[in-house]
Design a protein around this ligand. Structure first.
Ligand SMILES: [Zn+2]
Length: 472
């Protein structure tokens, strides 16, 4: 659960350590939150999650860009307070070919900067500002501090790492179900509270000043991000993991005025690097990246029969399936499970495969989980639907949403219609509930109008059989 509104009694639990940084005066003391993990565990987590990101993200290989980013990162690390730089940290600064203005850092040091950040930045200081902010999350160990607050005794390191990877990629805590891991914790690790945001801003500003950059560039970059996010094609990912603490420009400007800014850093490489991007392939959007990840994983069949051929009726025999540690269900024994990186589909013969050069899913059921930015189930459901509708522009509500129970939890059923790839309409039932950690759990039933009656009983039985098994 993203901890955005920290209850007062929890806030009081945070041990506050005031840093004294020699040489500078009047800068705002930065708080290091309580943390149940060791710096070594931060490193281990970050390393595993970064490996996942490198597998799934379009990493920019261009040497001049990569070297430039590393040079900026090294400058910031050199300017960071010594007492926060644990010797075990493994800093890395990796550019990725993604369009949205975003950057993120994983525990222990790996940082990824979107190409969109460079495109949006007017000066080197603006890119550096966001990097300094991200580095501050690393140095203050905000990711594992979040996990520490969760107080989940079952929070195991390996589970965390898989989840960060899943959560980072496509903004969905995805691969969990398919890989049989626990889930949802990545969202916890990478969503910072407003207080952590402010601390990262202040420390970031202090690091910038010592590296020879005016911290006001950070404030300006946040204004740019805010504007882009309000417009279309913005950066919801940045905004959802780094909530605006409010008055950002004001307090960063104040901090900048209180700081001594070192001799201006050499920024002669900024313009050539911007030019270097121009010769690269166009950046992917997060939506395109997420779409890639819904393609079947390498170890799963790419089709179940041939779409367009008749689909046999669901068997009256059922068998149990396990969706990682998240759920169990019974499905007709003549259906085939297929895992993608963020969902599990159970498909009858001829229900999934290539049709006219396109992957189509015409009959069956899909289970998955998605990040939710709210505890309001209806709102989380509609947000998820909107994301799905981006790739299915003709998807429509087909009636009233219904309150119901899924595995004894409050759930919502949403009837939908969509043009079927086989012609005519298909009926889609969307069922959503929250998992214990605030992640949205969903399943979808899909069937063409003409086969709806033949599948109704199977869908009903599957729905009743679902048991959510996430730890509570
Ligand atoms: Zn942040």
């Amino acid at each position: 659960m993203p901890i955005k509104h920290l209850p007062a009694h929890l806030a009081a639990l945070l041990a506050i350590l005031v840093l004294s940084v020699g040489g500078l005066f009047a800068q705002t003391p930065v708080k290091v939150p309580k943390n149940r993990y060791t710096p070594e565990q931060d490193v281990e987590l970050g390393r595993e999650a970064a490996a996942e990101v490198r597998k799934q993200y379009p990493i920019i290989k261009d040497e001049s860009i990569a070297r430039y980013l590393t040079m900026l990162g090294d400058r910031l690390v050199a300017a960071a307070p010594a007492e926060l730089k644990k010797p075990v940290y493994e800093y890395s600064f990796t550019p990725v070919n993604l369009k949205e203005i975003n950057a993120f850092a994983l525990p222990g040091g790996p940082m990824f900067v979107h190409r969109g950040m460079f495109t949006a930045a007017a000066t080197e200081g603006e890119v550096v500002g966001v990097m300094a902010h991200e580095l501050s999350h690393v140095l203050l160990r905000h990711g594992t501090a979040n996990a520490s607050k969760a107080q989940n005794p079952w929070l195991q390191l390996g589970q965390l790492a898989g989840q960060i990877g899943g959560a980072v990629v496509g903004g969905q805590a995805g691969s969990a179900i398919a890989q049989g891991a626990d889930f949802g914790l990545g969202t916890l690790l990478l969503k910072y509270s407003r207080d952590f945001e402010k601390q990262a801003d202040l420390l970031g500003a202090q690091i910038m000043a010592r590296a020879g950059y005016d911290p006001r560039a950070l404030a300006h970059m946040f204004e740019t991000i805010g504007k882009e996010s309000r417009g279309s094609g913005g950066s919801p990912q940045w905004m959802s993991s780094h909530p605006d603490p409010g008055n950002r420009t004001l307090y960063i400007t104040k901090e900048a005025e209180a700081l001594t800014i070192a001799a201006a850093a050499d920024d002669k490489n900024f313009a050539p690097v911007k030019t270097a991007f121009a010769s690269m392939p166009a950046p992917l959007t997060m939506a395109e990246l997420a779409k890639r990840q819904t393609e079947p994983a390498a170890n799963t069949p790419v089709s179940v029969g041939t779409p367009g051929q008749p689909v046999p009726p669901p068997s009256a025999q059922y068998r149990n399936i396990n969706g990682g540690k998240v759920f169990q269900a019974s499905v007709p024994s003549n259906w085939t499970p297929m895992s993608t990186s963020n969902a599990v589909r159970i498909v009858p013969e001829n229900g999934f495969g290539q049709l006219n050069g396109q992957a189509v899913f015409t009959h069956g059921i899909e289970f998955g989980i998605a990040q939710a930015g709210t505890r309001d189930l209806r709102e989380a459901t509609m947000t998820w639907l909107k994301a799905v509708a981006q790739n299915n522009p003709d998807l429509r509500l087909a009636g009233e949403q219904q309150s119901l129970k899924m595995s004894q939890r409050t759930a919502i059923g949403t009837p939908l219609v969509n043009p079927s790839p086989l012609g005519g309409q298909e009926r889609i039932g969307l069922y959503t509930t929250f998992l214990a950690d605030g992640t949205l759990f969903y399943y979808l039933t899909i069937v063409p109008e003409k086969d709806a009656a033949a599948f109704a009983e199977a869908f009903r039985q599957i729905g009743q059989s679902i048991r959510l098994t996430d730890a509570r």
